[in-house]
Structures are given as structure tokens and as C-alpha cells.
Design a protein around this ligand. Structure first.
Ligand SMILES: Cc1cc2nc3c(=O)[nH]c(=O)nc-3n(C[C@H](O)[C@H](O)[C@H](O)COP(=O)(O)OP(=O)(O)OC[C@H]3O[C@@H](n4cnc5c(N)ncnc54)[C@H](O)[C@@H]3O)c2cc1C
Length: 419
């Protein structure tokens, strides 16, 4: 378990979210001396408040055939799953055009096949990663129940279900009373259910990152609290990071900075169209009525509910407003309304609200790979809605690359110069 006395490589990782900390731990286990640098404490950013789902089904990109026709009704519905601050529209128009282009069936199938390399094995990969750490109980297998009002609504999503099954999601369907037999908290109006049998979840995704970080530090890793403002590039590649506290020398550099990665990659000669897909959650710390036993998904509201250690969490929504606009917590309260539709016997007594920035590229795929310009620079960011799901797979691939081994998965679709 301890790193060998002469480390294989000296690696610096920017970003202590779930992707950065997974990568740090796996590189450390492989014998590297690793430093993680972040302006905030481990897990404080997007990895803090997600729905906690290890989404074996998450290979389907956001932009699917016919999505474009649903956008106007989504945008005009005040309780709808998609919102846009109009001032931000001109800035993100090129991103939106690429996003809609990615909805062609041939593209969707290519993207799903690429992402399935990471989603298919997420539960096993998380279990292996947390084994022997204090995070051991913070990743668990679970079935996930997806509910529809009726079978016809489910059939309308058949394209997506076919893709999911083709790429490793095991499902069975439930009719009428069987939905409430599995999950008594669900409203009677949801008469059709799909159980995704081989998913997983974290009952506390923030604590998961913190526990991975504690383990990493206990075994000799360094976590530094600094803002990386620039990179000093020598003849062979980066030699130091510029922080508010001065220069930090680097040997191998891995950028896992979530939605903020674009600034660093641009300085390193690889600009990317990275956009913040803002999402919200409410967590019911106290409520009346029975909570669901399993995570439940409601596709109509694009909402996931997860029973967590800190209470029942409802998470979802997409808001395009950029990185700097303040959160609009009216949207989080929308989730409370949806929650009552899904679980009518639950009445919230105390809840918390949160907003996070999903790091999203227009083709719904992350960047994972080596820089085309510098041999000592590696990237792992842009995991949009499935960063928790894909973190250990991304970490394994990055560890292989840093150590000069061939990754077990094909990283061609994830290269940074694909745009
Ligand atoms: C509402 C919601 C629900 C979600 N539900 C799920 C789910 O159920 N399952 C799932 O798989 N995913 C889910 N996600 C997505 C998931 O949370 C993200 O994809 C994931 O957290 C991204 O992790 P990350 O490590 O890349 O980024 P982050 O957690 O954002 O970490 C990046 C870190 O890099 C640091 N950083 C960047 N640049 C610099 C710099 N220059 N100097 C210093 N520090 C820097 C930042 O401070 C930050 O802490 C959800 C997201 C949201 C918003």
C-alpha cells in the first residue's frame, strides 16, 4: 500500500474534486509522488452536492435525436428542466450549435459506445477504489427505479432504453402495483417503472471525496490550498505553476480542474468549448412521511432523488448562465415541487439548497488524454452529468498514460484536439 521509497514519477494534479482525488489516489497506489492543488478544500466544488448516482446507464449523451424540438417548450415552462439567462446566449451560441449537431443518430451511437467504456464498470471501479479506505461505505451497489405515468410514456423513450441496454444496463419493468411494492413512497399516478439493476450510489458524495483525500494524505500525498493563476512553460513543457503564493515546480502535470480547466488548457495551447451546465439540489434534512428506500429517477422532470446520509436529496435541472452569475435558488425550490409530485406523502420540514457547475463539452464526452503539445501534460475534465460515475475509470486511464502504459480503454474519442 505504501508508495515505494523512490517514486516512479512526480505528479502535480490541479483540482481536488472527485476526478482529481481519484487520479491522485490511483497514481499514489501505482508508486508516484503526488501533489494535488486546489483553491478550495477537497470536494468543495461540483463534486460536493451531486445526486450521488453511479450511473451505469449514463452513456447516453444529453443531445439525442429530436431533442431540438423539445427545447422551446422546456425553456418556456417555468418549472421546466432547462433554463437560460438570455444575456449569456450570445456567448454560448457556438457551444449550443455543436451540442445540437451531436444529436444525429450516428453521433449519439458513437458517443454512447465511447462513454460506455467508463460507465459500464463504474460500480466495480468505485468499490475497488474505496477498498481499504475510510470511504469504504461511501460507494455501494443499488438498483435504481425510473418511474413513468404509463407504459406509453416509457415507450416514447425507447431509443434511449435500447442504447442503455446495448451498453450494459440491466433492466426489468414494473407495472401497476409492482411500482409501489418496490417503492411505497412513489405517487399512485406513476404506474410504470423500470428498474436498472446494476447501478450504484454514494450516500454522501462530498464525504467520499474528503475520505479519499484523507487516505491519500495519510499515505504521503500532499494537498495544497492555492489558486493556480498561470503556467511557466520551458522548452520541453510546463516547469512550474504560478500561484498567489509563488511558483510551484512541476514535473508531470494533470489538469482535473472541472469547469475551470478551460483556462489552463488554453494557456497550454489547447482551447476547448467548455460550458458550465449549472444544476441544483435540495436536501431534506427533516420531513414527514416515509422516504424512498432506493434512488428514484423521474424522466419527465429530469430529476433524481437519492436517500442520503444527510437526508433525502432531489437533484437535477440544467441552467446556462455562465460561471459568475449568482445561483437562482428559485430553481432549487422547483425541485421541492417536483419532489411532492413524486412522493406526495413527504412534507419537507427543513432543507438545504445548493448549486454546482457541471463541466460540459458539447458532445457530452470528457477530455481524457495527453496534451498534443507537451509530453508531461495530461487532461481529465469535462465529465458533465457523470463525473462521479466516470472518475475511477478516468483515473485508471490517466495513471496508465502517466506511467507510459497503454490504457485498457480507447481514449481516441476523448482527445483534447477533437473540436
Ligand atoms: C445537480 C447535479 C447532480 C449531479 N449528479 C450526478 C450523479 O448523480 N452522478 C454523477 O456521476 N455525476 C453527477 N453530477 C456531475 C458531477 O458532480 C460532476 O461531473 C463532477 O463533480 C465533476 O468533478 P470534477 O472533479 O471534474 O470537478 P470539481 O468537483 O468541480 O473539481 C474541480 C476542482 O478544480 C479546482 N480548480 C480548477 N482550476 C483551478 C485553479 N486554476 N486553481 C486552483 N484550483 C482549481 C476547483 O477549485 C475545483 O475544486 C451532478 C452534477 C450536478 C450539478
Amino acid at each position: 500500500m505504501n508508495a515505494p521509497s523512490v517514486p516512479l514519477r512526480q505528479v502535480t494534479i490541479v483540482g481536488a474534486g472527485i476526478v482529481g482525488m481519484s487520479t491522485a489516489l490511483q497514481l499514489q497506489r501505482a508508486g508516484c509522488a503526488v501533489t494535488v492543488i486546489d483553491r478550495v478544500a477537497p470536494g468543495e466544488s461540483c463534486s460536493r452536492g451531486n445526486a450521488g448516482i453511479l450511473a451505469t446507464y449514463g452513456m447516453v449523451p444529453l443531445s439525442t435525436p429530436g431533442f431540438i424540438w423539445k427545447v422551446p417548450s422546456m425553456l418556456t415552462d417555468p418549472l421546466g428542466p432547462l433554463a437560460m439567462r438570455w444575456r449569456h446566449v450570445p456567448k454560448m451560441l457556438p457551444w449550443m450549435i455543436s451540442f445540437l449537431r451531436a444529436s444525429r443518430p450516428v453521433e449519439v451511437e458513437r458517443i454512447a459506445a465511447a462513454l460506455a467504456q467508463l460507465t459500464r464498470t463504474t460500480v466495480e471501479a468505485h468499490l475497488a477504489q474505496v477498498a481499504g479506505t475510510r470511504a469504504a461505505a461511501l460507494a455501494q451497489p443499488t438498483p435504481l427505479l425510473c418511474v413513468y405515468p404509463d407504459e406509453a410514456t416509457y415507450q416514447a423513450d425507447q431509443y434511449v432504453w435500447n442504447l442503455r441496454q446495448q451498453h450494459g444496463t440491466r433492466i426489468h419493468t414494473l407495472r401497476d402495483g409492482a411500482v409501489r411494492e418496490m417503492e411505497p413512497a412513489v405517487a399512485e399516478r406513476f404506474r410504470f417503472g423500470v428498474v436498472m439493476e446494476n447501478c450504484g450510489y454514494s450516500p454522501d458524495p462530498f464525504a467520499l471525496v474528503q475520505a479519499l483525500a484523507e487516505h491519500f494524505v495519510e499515505f504521503g500525498g500532499r494537498v495544497l490550498r492555492h489558486e493556480v493563476r498561470d503556467v511557466v512553460v520551458g522548452a520541453e513543457g510546463p516547469v512550474a505553476l504560478m500561484t498567489e503564493a509563488g511558483q510551484l515546480p512541476v514535473s508531470d502535470l494533470v489538469v482535473c480542474g472541472g469547469v475551470w480547466s478551460g483556462e489552463l488548457s488554453r494557456r497550454l495551447g489547447s482551447p476547448v468549448p467548455l460550458e458550465a451546465e449549472r444544476g441544483y439540489h435540495v436536501t431534506l434534512q427533516r420531513h414527514t412521511g416515509d422516504a424512498p428506500r432506493y434512488p428514484v429517477m423521474s424522466p419527465a422532470q429530469k430529476m433524481l432523488t437519492t436517500p442520503m446520509r444527510g437526508g433525502l436529496r432531489a437533484a437535477g435541472l440544467v441552467e446556462f448562465a455562465g460561471l459568475r452569475a449568482p445561483p437562482d435558488y428559485r430553481r432549487a425550490r422547483t425541485l421541492l415541487k417536483h419532489l411532492r409530485t413524486l412522493f406526495p406523502r413527504i412534507e419537507a420540514q427543513a432543507h438545504t439548497e445548493w448549486m454546482g457547475h457541471r463541466p460540459s463539452l458539447p458532445d457530452s464526452m470528457p477530455v481524457i488524454g495527453r496534451s498534443p503539445h507537451f509530453r508531461n501534460v495530461f487532461y481529465g475534465f469535462g465529465h458533465q452529468h457523470i463525473g462521479l460515475t466516470c472518475a475511477p475509470g478516468t483515473a485508471t486511464a490517466l495513471t496508465d498514460l502517466v506511467l507510459g502504459r497503454s490504457p485498457a480503454i480507447d481514449l481516441t474519442p476523448f482527445r483534447i484536439d477533437r473540436f
